[in-house]
Write a protein that binds this ligand. Structure first.
Ligand code: HEC
Length: 112
């Protein structure tokens, strides 16, 4: 379950208390073109398909997701989001992509 807190983060960025509603817009405009609305589109960049977010999201911590978004990962380019947009996007992903990596092929992930 995801608690959506309206507290403002102080000091170091806290990517765990974003707003999933605001994050839907961030995701749609920033990530959807490669990852798809369902997280499974898998558009190829440099021969590598965009990761299936239905299980990557559950597999990675908030700070790790933020690092992927802000710095890029492999062939995925860094995304120009600020800390608030990043936290909101992560909250949206956690609310939407609820599968977990079972360690094998992604055959059991349930879309949101
Ligand atoms: C230009 C296409 C593109 C965009 C835009 C994009 N991604 Fe990706 N993403 C990729 C590709 C390609 C990979 C696989 C990279 C690799 O494994 O080399 C990936 C991988 C990932 C991963 C898995 C990283 C890992 O450790 O395995 C996550 C999580 C992710 N993207 C989240 C996002 C989010 C969130 C956004 C929007 C803020 C986003 N991506 C925008 C193409 C994209």
């Amino acid at each position: 379950m995801l608690l959506i807190l309206s507290l403002l983060a102080c000091g170091t960025p806290d990517y765990s208390n974003g707003d999933a509603v605001a994050g839907a817009d961030v995701y749609a405009s920033t990530c959807e073109s490669c990852h798809g609305a369902d997280g499974k589109l898998g558009v190829e960049v440099g021969g590598t398909p965009a990761a299936d977010l239905t299980f990557e999201t559950g597999d990675l911590g908030d700070d790790e997701l933020a690092r992927v978004i802000l710095e890029g990962e492999g062939t995925m380019p860094a995304q120009a989001l600020d800390d608030t947009e990043t936290a909101d996007c992560i909250a949206y992903m956690r609310a939407t992509f609820t599968g977990t990596d079972t360690g094998g092929d992604d055959t059991s992930a349930v879309g949101g």
